[in-house]
Design a protein around this ligand. Structure first.
Ligand code: BGC
Length: 420
């Protein structure tokens, strides 16, 4: 194979607690799924039962030859009520981390992947001035106990997603099913019902996905910085960053201003908050092309998500980001929703070719984590999208690795050969 990665290059996959663990009953997303008139296509339920089956899952990842695993710690399990920390949940994640180390998988841990505890909504959610301190305290509790097992941590996953969602929906000219700005979310009745299920009213209800206005963006930056400080204080050796969803934003003649504005909103406006970070988690799925009248819809092959199939985007985005950030990068998500696993293999190979070119140009990239380990709960879309390297029969919870899973293992194998 044409790859020649540096020593200790991480190759593996990513998941998020709510999408795989099952029965995440204390979280705001559980409330959203169960709200009257909820736009969620189906409920997450047992998901792929990863909370119970993690040991066999980690063993399977190692068997496939991967050397890293990115997963999230679920805030609402660690702190089911404000200030009440569950030792049992901490022990669960301790065992996950120890299992990873024993199996030869480097863990990359995310402290917040979209879901928050229901109780946070009672305090005003992601608009609450208490948020930075509360989130930092949760991080402190976790890292005091588990920090020595966590070499890499992301405070939050895709801090820019709320802004991206708002932009996408605005371009499409309809009000989003998930309310994503302060005004829009107030209206739908299902939100009132979700708020009730969190023990509050709609005017307090403000989930992570709604954090797209200027004040919210500033608050997110503060949350990150306070969390990083808390983590570093109790676990100085953990390398800390955050991740962003970054489409490869391109312009055809006349679309340059559009593209520049998008890139500012999606990426540049967040850059100052990264000062002092140890690495950046880059996540890419596709490209967005702009012309004089805005975004141009893709004409070629699209994925189950309706995104253009465009694995070349990964190298392009790595290059763009590395011109601005002087810190190592880890690709913490890159994936494609498809039932055709051949296309997933092509997506991985082509994506990694771009990444290899970037390495050859001298860009410091520490790893590649594919989204996702399993076919899992894709938020509003339920279980209808197939991002997984491993298929799961949700009746029996039986795992079935796809060819793409083995391909990733071969690629990781090349890495360990290089690392000796
Ligand atoms: C998110 C995942 C999601 C994936 C595919 C990313 O934006 O981090 O939670 O499942 O994209 O849509």
């Amino acid at each position: 194979m044409e790859f020649n990665f540096p020593d200790a290059f991480l190759v593996g996959s990513s998941t998020a607690g709510h999408q795989v663990e099952g029965n995440n009953v204390n979280s705001d997303f559980w409330a959203e799924e169960h709200a009257e008139g909820s736009p969620y296509r189906e409920k997450s339920g047992d998901a792929v039962d990863h909370y119970r089956l993690y040991q066999q899952d980690i063993a399977l990842m190692a068997e496939l030859g991967w050397n890293a695993y990115r997963f999230s710690i679920e805030w609402s399990r660690i702190e089911p009520e404000p200030g009440e920390y569950s030792q049992s949940a901490i022990e669960h994640y301790r065992d996950m981390l120890e299992s990873c180390h024993k199996a030869g998988l480097t863990p990359v841990v995310v402290m917040h992947h979209f879901t928050s505890p229901k109780w946070l909504m009672r305090l005003g959610g992601w608009a609450s001035p208490e948020l930075p301190e509360r989130f930092a305290k949760y991080c402190e509790v976790v890292f005091r106990e588990l920090g020595h097992l966590i070499p890499y941590a992301l405070t939050m996953n895709e801090v820019n997603l709320p802004v991206m969602l708002k932009e996408i929906f605005a371009t499409m000219g309809f009000t989003p099913p998930v309310g994503i700005d302060r005004e829009a979310w107030k209206a739908p009745q299902w939100r009132e019902s979700a708020a009730r299920l969190c023990g509050t009213t709609a005017d307090n209800y403000f989930t992570f996905h709604m954090a797209s206005d200027e004040a919210s963006v500033e608050l997110i930056k503060e949350v990150h910085q306070e969390a990083r400080k808390a983590i570093k204080t109790v676990s100085p050796d953990t390398r800390v960053g955050w991740s962003m969803a970054l489409s490869d934003v391109q312009a055809v003649p006349g679309g340059e201003e559009w593209a520049a504005r998008k890139w500012y909103q999606y990426f540049e406006q967040y850059v100052p908050a990264m000062e002092g970070d140890d690495f950046f988690g880059l996540q890419n799925y596709t490209r967005e092309v702009y012309g004089p009248d805005g975004q141009i819809q893709p004409e070629g092959e699209v994925t189950q998500m309706g995104y253009e199939f465009y694995p070349e985007g990964l190298g392009n985005v790595i290059r763009k980001v590395s011109q601005v950030l002087s810190m190592p990068l880890i690709v913490t998500e890159h994936g494609v929703a498809t039932t055709d696993d051949e296309r997933r293999q092509t997506f991985i190979r082509e994506g990694l070719k771009g990444l290899q070119d970037c390495l050859n140009e001298g860009i410091d990239i520490k790893g590649y984590l594919h989204w996702s380990t399993f076919d899992n709960f894709e938020w509003n879309s339920g279980y209808s999208k197939h991002f997984g390297l491993i298929a799961v029969d949700r009746k029996t919870q039986k795992r079935q690795p796809k060819e793409s899973a083995r391909l990733l293992g071969q690629i990781a194998g090349i890495t360990s050969l290089v690392s000796g």
